[in-house]
Design a protein around this ligand. Structure first.
Ligand code: SAM
Length: 337
């Protein structure tokens, strides 16, 4: 199934809740937020039904995200349901790690094999400032609990923001090398509407790679499957672990984007920077058959023309410039990263 630019649908990111126990400054820093009513959030049965339909259309990888996905009670029940899909998709989880230590045994038993844990600083005070609520030690406990249970690869996501944590690039790399984690730096993106994004807050991929390469020489591997958001590198000295950069701003990868998103309240969204999505919950709760839902999914993907990050770069490089507030976007906390 191809979109307007011949991009297949291969990945589905499912936000299982819009709630989060952190308030990361670069994501959704507001203390007060209009959270979804419980009845508005898709049930595990509804999510599993949609996942089955997406898999039948070619989705090979499902990432559970949020909000904070582990804030949703009994997530292992959903993972167990997704683990029975045919053909079996790869099931991954992106988490802030704060609840991981207590939950990872049940998640693994249900079929989870791959996790990404977000850690932007290894300094407890700074970690608390960035997340506004987080306890670094709890996150590290979760990270190592997952490693002891044999999950592999374990990825660490680190968003870099100029003047906040770019001085920790090498510390994060040294930590990941020492423990054989895969480290993914993420350029600060203008997701949502609340994070006060500015171009000068970005630490570019070029700068990140140059900084690492000068200390730990790197060899480029490329994008996993040709379509992953991250450009990956291995260490020339053969040390375990690897490193990559997701450079949505300076080196957009819309041309190979195979990702669809499902919000916690059942909106089908075809771009991380979208301002709206199609209401699949309404369709399903209105009694639509599988064939009717499939028809909608195929039509929407077939019409997909999103290339927001490429347009952003073109605007940034033009006389006119780029205004991050030109379009109201869905908040990352609802959409899932
Ligand atoms: N709560 C989970 C977590 O912290 O990993 C999952 C949701 S979070 C929205 C998913 C990922 O998006 C995290 O790795 C986070 O760092 C990243 N993210 C959030 N806002 C971002 C931004 N403005 N720029 C780049 N990455 C961002």
């Amino acid at each position: 199934m191809l979109d307007t630019f011949n991009r297949p649908l291969r990945d589905l990111r499912i936000s299982v809740t819009d709630r989060c126990n952190f308030r990361c400054t670069y994501c959704m820093p507001l203390d007060e937020y209009e959270w979804l009513e419980k009845s508005e959030v898709l049930s595990f049965e509804e999510i599993a039904r949609l996942a089955r339909l997406f898999v039948s259309l070619g989705v090979e990888k499902i990432r559970l995200t949020g909000g904070e996905p582990l804030a949703r009670r009994a997530l292992e029940i959903l993972i167990a349901k997704l683990s029975t899909l045919e053909p079996a998709p790869e099931i991954c989880l992106t988490t802030n790690g704060s609840l991981l230590a207590e939950k990872i045994p049940a998640l693994k038993a249900a079929g989870l094999r791959r996790i990404n844990v977000s850690i932007d600083s290894l300094k407890p005070e700074r970690f608390r400032q960035i997340t506004k609520r987080g306890d670094l030690q709890k996150v590290l406990d979760g990270l190592f609990a997952a490693q002891r249970l044999g999950l592999k690869p374990i990825k660490i996501n680190a968003v870099l923001e100029r003047g906040v944590n770019e001085d920790e690039i090498l510390d994060l790399v040294a930590f990941s090398r020492a423990h054989e984690f895969s480290l993914r730096f993420i350029e600060f993106m203008d997701v949502g509407n609340a994070n006060e994004w500015r171009l000068d807050k970005i630490v570019s991929k070029q700068e990140i790679i140059a900084t690492i390469h000068a200390r730990f020489p790197l060899r480029q591997i490329g994008r996993d499957k040709g379509s992953a958001p991250s450009v990956d590198y291995e260490f020339v000295d053969g040390c375990g672990g690897d490193v990559g950069v997701i450079a949505s701003v300076t080196e957009p990868f819309c041309g190979t984007c195979t990702r669809a998103r499902l919000t916690a309240d059942g909106k089908f969204v075809t771009c991380l920077f979208a301002h709206t999505g199609y209401d699949l919950k309404k369709l399903m709760r209105g009694g639509a058959s599988d064939a009717e839902v499939l028809d909608v999914l195929e039509t929407i993907w077939g019409r997909r023309r999103d290339r927001y990050s490429e347009e952003r770069l073109a605007a940034l490089q033009s006389q006119v410039g780029y205004d991050p507030k030109r379009q109201k976007k869905i908040e990352m906390i609802s959409l899932g990263g």
